[in-house]
Write a protein that binds this ligand. Sequence first.
Ligand code: NDP
Length: 294
Amino acid sequence: GKTLAFLGLGAMGWPMAGHLARRAGETGGHTLVWNRTREKAGAHAREFGSEAVELSGVAGADVVFTCLPTSAEVDGMLGELEGTLRPGTIWVDCTSGHPEAARRQAERLSERGVTFLDAPVSGGTAGARAGRLTVMVGGDAGALNAVRDDFAFAGTVVHVGGVGAGFAVKAVNNALLAVTLWATGEGLAALARGGVNLGAALEVINASSGRSNASQNLIGQRVLTREFPATFGLGLLAKDAGIAADVVRGAGASAPVLMQVEALTRAAATLIGPEVDHTAALRLIERMNAVELR
Ligand code: NDP
């Protein structure tokens, strides 16, 4: 069987690597796990039967997965590992990273015979636990075909273009998440100020053409309940909106709404905090309107 390594056992990486380990148990493969905070890797090994390793132990892997906050942390890991990786290794970066970083990283690794695929994911922690993530992949199609069966955490895998295209699509996807979340929050705040019952408003919007994942799932389950369970950090959403703005600028495109949502999510992350759940961005809209969305 193949040896897969997974670096970064955070909210997403933990369940994703869990699926790799479960699959390896069935196919006679190996799943090596590494995490900056070591204890998490040991706990992962106990829970899923993966093997916790030192960074030096990653060198022999056939496939190296990373899922870290940003491309900057991936650069850090790359610097530590690049001298040790074998030619033929495929590096699959599941971080929601930056397309320009992907192109630099792919270039750097290709000098060692290592292929880089940007492979960010969508579906949240629930999708990761269920093994139903959507993966958008940029890079060499042949390399993707060589590792496609290793994506035990995936429901849908789509090759979207060359190196960096996966990160670009992910950034636009998350900018759309930010737009629908923010705009639906604005609409509900206006309705609340006008005395409309928000449960009823959301119910009818969800049976109408204004519905979105934000209206159908996020706002009802996380905002109106006042629970804001932290599964995807607001700082990470602001980071993604910033990458989307770079993608817009880099393409010479005109996209004023997408550019606005970078500033809005950035302001929310600054004022409300980067570590809170992304849905808590609506607390800023609440302050702007002196209402509570409940
Ligand atoms: P978390 O903050 O939960 O986890 C971050 C992981 O990165 C941890 O394992 C952390 O290690 C590690 N890490 C942080 N800094 C460093 C560093 N300098 N060197 C090495 N390791 C480091 O993040 P998520 O799992 O939520 O997100 C990971 C990526 O996935 C992000 O790019 C995010 O945008 C994206 N994403 C997140 C989704 C979600 O719903 N949460 C959904 C889809 C994509 P340690 O344990 O030591 O802190």
